[in-house]
Design a protein around this ligand. Sequence first.
Ligand code: HAM
Length: 421
Amino acid sequence: MHIQSPKGTRDMLPKDSFLWQWIEQTMREEAALAGYLEIRTPVFEYTELFERGVGDTTDIVQKEMYTFLDKGGRSITLKPEGTAGAVRALIENKLYAEPLPVKMYYLNNPIFRYENPQHGRLREHHQFGMECFGVKGPTADAEVIMTVLKILGRLGLANLSVKINSIGCPVCRPGYHEALRSYLKAHFDALCPQCKERFERNPLRVLDCKETGCQAIAREAPSILDHLCEECDTHFEGLQVLLKERQVPISIDPQIVRGLDYYTKTVFEIIMQSPRGEMALCGGGRYDGLVKEVGGPDMPGVGFGIGTERIILELQNQGITPPSRAATRVFAASLGQDGRLPAYQLCMAMRDAGIPADFDHMDRSLKAQFRYADKLGVELMVIMGGDELARGTCKIKDMRNGEETEVSLADAVSFVKSTIN
Ligand code: HAM
């Protein structure tokens, strides 16, 4: 039987690995420049973490989690997002007691959501994310936004719009909830069954509903920005100043509420175009109540997550390829059986010297070795032929200009090294 990969999952193939590594390298470098250190947390956590952290009225918790009982009868969930695990680790390892802020990032964190797979939407995807703990003011919000924009800029991505909003805090949000409920009441019958349920407990979720009918109602809803308390308003203004200072082309979009319950104050998304319209390339925001909610101290936090698969889609959309491939640069070819062992030995010596080199595993003819090496795109062919070997030499052909040089075997590695550099 032909077994396929599970629906909504993708293999990362060797031919694409350089692309992934180029993206990862750029992320690592920019995170390090901003003083963020890597964290890796388990692929699964106790389900309760996400119910409390992400929120039990969200689509993620209600419909999309991969949850199962382990052999000990504990409810386990594959990570549906990266922030809750980072917060759990912060608390469990008392990282909050270290000098503040605590800054961390995760790279290609596998994330699992039981969604309907479509263009740009997978059941397993991989996120890069940054989380900054302990900063109340908007400088941390600006720092994480600037860092992801820098990463996207270095990858060559242009024309992305940055949408920001503030969704208030426990002081001002109840007032907004009331205003929203009185608006939604008039449209109650047209809401989807789930939004009818959410109406009482968390009306903000209606603004994030994926049903077309609810989306139309949400478009006309009162704006949260008219209901912010002074602290939230000042924070939002402060963030705008910091982003404008760096010429970030932001647009304020009161419809952005994000699909997770932990957000307070700032929320933002970086938007890309997809065949079905706009799609979030990156999403994040502030979550000042989350650390406490999960059992830690009262400590603010802000961060974002960005899906690597969506970055790759957008690179393809914009026709961008990585600058160069890490490829085999030299091929040690053998003419006849006598050349096989010397070719193997020279190839190993080149690798020891840090030169990406290969040799023939397939007993090919010299002509076929040339064809294969050509496909690899090598710069030099080292040919171990009978006559040369008898003289203790080999022939080195520069594939870029066709030049051939006979070099003693003892000097071959240093000759190759100086020629390719
Ligand atoms: P999120 O918006 O749910 O936020 O996901 C972040 C990013 O992950 C999205 O912008 C998108 O690039 C990618 N993504 C999400 N779902 C899928 C999917 N089904 N298929 C492919 N890519 C997807 C969070 O997860 C928050 N934890 C972000 C955050 C960190 N907020 C604060 N800190």
